[in-house]
Design a protein around this ligand. Structure first.
Ligand code: ADP
Ligand code: MG
Length: 231
């Protein structure tokens, strides 16, 4: 028997932002459950709270009320160290605007999450292995001849594939993608969706948020976020 029914589950997630005297209620009781191996798209209009929700799912932000469980464990009970490891190892993030570091090469951008998770000594011992894994990921993502480029020398689609490589570097159990094609033309965006689909077929659990119904349909299951709830 499995230790947990869902890789990810939320119960009654609420989130509000205070803007001066007014409180803006963004999430008003989000319940969702994702099984291991799923490719789920959460679709909602701009401003519906998709990024807010994704950040909460990945432990980058905390809900005002409600709970997130990862593999059956409540994130709010994680110690600071556990939460850091969760964000660095258990989940991988892909964002609309890539967030790559232009001073670093493509290869260095990919292995960065492993580097920051190690002590200096730990990193020295692990460096070769990390570089090997980063190279393998670049091959898998069709970027083997871009390893020594800088991000600004790449096209948008290539940059997003580097960001996917970085997200996968620590072999996360859950990949979270926030409008991963939002900054790309539709052909390039489709290539990114092909990559996500391929990863999912190989067993990767993926949760993607998007405002675009057609992009959402590339996932195996679509859920809708509207008025602060899953409808
Ligand atoms: N840090 C913040 N402070 C105040 N309001 C915020 C903050 N982040 C998001 N919001 C507001 O919350 C709502 C949802 O934002 P967001 O989650 O980014 O939506 P989406 O990703 O679906 O476009 C928007 O109205 C936005 O202005
Ligand atoms: Mg957003």
């Amino acid at each position: 028997m499995k230790k947990h029914d869902y890789i990810l589950q939320t119960r009654g997630i609420h989130k509000s932002y205070r803007m001066g005297a007014t409180e803006v209620k963004v999430l008003k009781g989000v319940n969702l459950a994702v099984e291991e191996g799923e490719f789920v798209a959460i679709v909602g209009s701009s401003g519906s709270g998709k990024s807010t929700l994704l950040h909460i799912l990945g432990g980058l932000d905390k809900p005002g009320r409600g709970a997130v469980s990862f593999e059956g464990r409540d994130l709010s009970r994680f110690s600071a160290g556990e939460l850091n490891r969760f964000r660095n190892k258990a989940v991988g993030f892909v964002f609309q605007f890539y967030h790559l570091l232009d001073e670093l090469s493509v290869l260095e951008n990919v292995f960065l999450p492993t580097m920051v998770s190690k002590s200096v000594i730990g990193w020295l011992g692990y460096r070769r292995q990390a570089r090997r894994r980063a190279r393998e990921l670049l091959v898998q993502l069709g970027l083997s001849d871009r390893a020594n480029h800088k991000p600004y020398q790449l096209s948008g689609g290539e940059r997003q594939r580097v960001a996917i490589g970085r997200a996968l570097m620590n072999a996360p159990r859950l990949l979270l993608a926030d409008e991963p094609t939002g900054n790309l033309d539709s052909a390039t965006g489709n290539g990114i969706l092909d990559s996500l689909e391929e990863l999912n077929k190989a067993g990767q659990t993926v949760v993607m948020v998007t405002h675009d119904e057609r992009i959402a349909q590339r996932a195996r299951r679509t859920i809708t976020l509207a008025d602060g709830k899953i409808t």
